[in-house]
Design a protein around this ligand. Sequence first.
Ligand SMILES: [Zn+2]
Length: 439
Amino acid sequence: MKKQLISAMIITLGVMALFIAGVIITEKVNLETIRSEYSQLPNSGNAGLVDIPAPTQKAVQFEKNKVAVWIVRFLLSLAIPAFLLFSGWSAGVRNWARSQSKNFIVILALYFIIYSCIDYLLSFPLDFYSGFVRLHSYGLSNQPFTKWLGDSLKSFAINTFSGAAFVWLPYLAIKKSPGRWWLYMALLSIPVLIFISYISPVFIDPLFNKYQPIQDKALEEKLRSQISRTVIRDCQLYQVDKSVDTNQMNAYMTGMFNTKRIVLWDTTIRNLSQREVLGVTAHEMGHYALGHVWKSIGLGALLCAAVLYLVHKSALWILDRSGGAFGFTRLYDIASLPLLILLINLFMFAAAPVENAYSRHMETEADRFELELTRDNQAAASAMVKLHQGSLTLPQPGIIYKLWSYDHPTFKERVDFANSYRPWEENRPLRYQKYFVNF
Ligand SMILES: [Zn+2]
């Protein structure tokens, strides 16, 4: 290995250490701020406005835990591929796969299956802790262990088999077009993102939970009447039995053409008032009407092109200087998979603030759509308080954690907006008037 490569690794580790120190410091400062700001209550004392209650000790503990898990997950996303690469296991698995078959596609699929199993096993302790142990200890989950394990194994099987079936695609692209493969893969990401956004909620999600019509018929009637006041047509309404998994609340709208659907978690229906459920649904309708899924797919493809371009350039740079130390010298060798995954995870992490900033913008616009449609500021704000308290979210996080992991505006920003956005009271035009009918 050349000196340049070793220096690059040391610099990367140094930047990561500084980043983690920055996260820890900004989180500490934020907790101090929250402690002093929320020590006296009530905050506003204003009739009609909803206050954010002082966060509980449990919520503060959960925030610390969340940030710690987030950092460990990031480190693990680099450590696992790095381990396979530097230990020479990657080249060993490739040799074994080659001994089993002469067929290019079969060799790649075998390699991928082994890689996926190793990755699953090494990630298992953290997944088990963060997805099961921790949620139970904070009272956020109802899931029996068998359901958690069953869901985890189902996801693992789906990911492993779809990965094994398609891993030859990027490798064929790298082999046939060593200079442009990243561009072809970014183009291919568009149908993949469409599948994930529109098709998997309709066909894959029912493998995990039970979907049925809204049981509360009075609520369903109100929801239909709210939908009929917008340009959205032919939309189905479902509720899903998420209460078997979690105490947290959520709703979403997905599908296209005749699979268009709004799905409410049963926890949302159970824990929110009818006005609040109408507000939450209006927010989801906003995402749909404003074309947010298409916009995210567009941005996703652009980011994918940028990330893969950087992966392409840096992988070649590393290979040039590795002197064959990893057991391969060409990128189209399947043994390069951990190197590609390592670089993808690193650059995706670097790109996260851009993606999150755009997502936070779309969320604010969906909140605006909700308020313009329902004009029920109080229900919007009180639903926001229940949703965030229900998931033990603090009013605001530290700045670095916010930029890197908040795809929604903070609890405080959303409640403030819900309390204050009332253009109709000042006779100002509505931004989304064109999406409403019968107003
Ligand atoms: Zn949203």
